[in-house]
Design a protein around this ligand. Sequence first.
Ligand code: ADP
Ligand code: ZN
Length: 711
Amino acid sequence: MNLDTAREALKKYFGYDSFRPMQADIIRKVYEGCDSLVLMPTGGGKSICYQIPAVTMPGAAIVVSPLISLMKDQVEGLRANGIRAAFLNSSLEESAQRKVEEEALAGRLDLLYVSPEKLVSQNFLPLLRSIRPNLFAIDEAHCISSWGHDFRPEYTQLRFLKKEFPETPIIALTATADKLTRRDIIAQLELRQPGLFIASFDRPNLSLEVRPGQRRLEQIAAFIKKRPGQPGIIYCLSRKSTEDLAEKLLERGISAAHYHAGMEAGERTAVQEDFINDRTEVICATVAFGMGIDKSNVRWVIHYNLPKNIESYYQEIGRCGRDGANADTLLFYSFNDVMVLQDILQKNESDMLDIKMAKLERMRQYAEAVGCRRRILLSYFGEDVKQDCGNCDICKNPPQAFDGTVIAQKALSAIHRLRQQAGMAMLIDVLRGSGKKEILDRGYQNIKTYGAGRDIPILEWQHYFHQLLNLGYIEIAHDQHGAVQLTPASRRVLFEGEKVQLVRFATIKERQEAEKARAKEAAKPQRVRDELFEKLRQLRIQLARERGVPPYIIFNDATLEEMAATRPMTDEEMKNISGVGERKLHLYGSYFIDAIIEFTGPASRRGKASTYQVTHDMYQRGLSVEEIAGKRQVNITTIYSHLAILYEQGIDIALEEMVSPAVVSQVLKSLRYLQEPYLLKDIYEYLDEQVPYHQIRLALAYGKRQGMVAG
Ligand code: ADP
Ligand code: ZN
């Protein structure tokens, strides 16, 4: 077995051109008969690492997976790619089990998925012996360790595999395993000098954003409206809030449902199925949701409340964008959430309380960070990152620092004068000179800092207090009802002239304005793509309905995006799209090609598109425009317009040989004085009939492809 065979299989079955980092190395290990431990983030591409060996090596691979629904999904996905896969678990009827077993024995399977219960059961061993597996893949391998979460007792019996099948390589895969868990996996499975593959946990396609938790409902509704037709998950802290939120979204015409562990099993399954099949767009859920689903086209995740640690947060946002296409995450943060979580921890979790509190504190620091968020996340997971990511809210809208010494002095002095007994809300009231009865009753109107911060709004004060907390200038005494207290550092500010740098408060409004401006900037080149993408997405839903499979089984979002951007119109071109393997090309290719042709050619059908194709073929063979026109018996302008359209579709046409930069700039400038839609005739006249039509057409094509002219 060599890697060329592996690469061919990757293209043939999955339609991918190359392996991701590490995949090839892992596969090579399997071919060499060695064991491996693979740590990759969700969506990192773990499955390929055993699926490719399974389809290229003689015999069948056994995949152990603890989640029944996921097993079904995977098998369905594999079959859609023309791979011979099946599963065995308790959800199957006796007769169906028998059938799968027969297939396995007859050597008609490349992959057999089994639940751990099934694998370790006594009556399975004889079957396993006669199949003589070529590979064991242990998915969610962290379940073997009582150190990690999701401990599964059956997993600990898996050590019999090495004893029974000492020659068969084992590959253990997981997305979460700290050092202790890793060691446990290796020991329990008795892996022999395993290759250790730890991929970066970076998910560059996920944007990261944190916003203050005010008017969350409005913000969420606006967020969703901006993303029509894009499935997403909103994580809430309590069961009740999932229900409330879903209802409020429904009232606003958003297709939403709630999900939590308190619902009946049947109800939960129905909600999940609707989501998987793109019938429900938004799920408001507790963290119980998402574990067992493999939906790759979730486009966004919102945290309505602060998660209790960074591990959970990262795992939850990791449920979007698994197909590699861009996806957005948004975390709402309020100090109140922190208090609530602290309370919950203190009430319920007596063991390792300190650690849990410290983890919550890290989460809070993340939410309040004023540096690149991805760097914070990755450094938390022990990765050394040297560059800002450019895809988080801080990178996109860097906060401005200013000399906040005076503000800090006012705040600290207020704390001092209230004898370090007051909570944050009270302090802000005093600073703002509030006339609340509570304040006046206590005589706080008479202290020196009363009203000293009148000019700063409440929200802004909160923001500064949080910064002072992060900077270590104040602390909060949780055991004294959240009284804000001074630290040694605060004395340096009050008495020794230490300067304090604070970050300017960007109001929600300012942030939204900034985002709007960015969206506008990005909108032009994307507009056409979005329309076609939407069309292809609808087609995918329709095909999925007819076939009774989830839409992402047909093609995933990243594949549709690439189709929309490059507009393949022939089988040959379609094959080049990442995610289009032989079987899917055969099954669905023509549907999507037709849709693209219909969208692209003005009122055109296949005939028209092949007309472009004919021109393109001749052009590629090196014929001049005149020669093509002559052969095809059409006028030259028509051929130029074909070439312009092909160029717009991203096809390699040497436009610069046909139109000069001067003309291009002349034409594009003229658009400023004309109205959309731009008619060739208007431009022609505007340019005093000096520039021939075909040159104008070519210049426009250039403008469109550069995103300077809307499609
Ligand atoms: P994991 O099991 O690690 O969560 P998957 O194996 O489900 O991740 O892969 C996530 C997505 O990435 C899937 O849509 C998969 O088809 C895609 N993918 C995996 N490997 C490649 C590759 N080499 N090229 C392109 N896409 C890939
Ligand atoms: Zn960043």
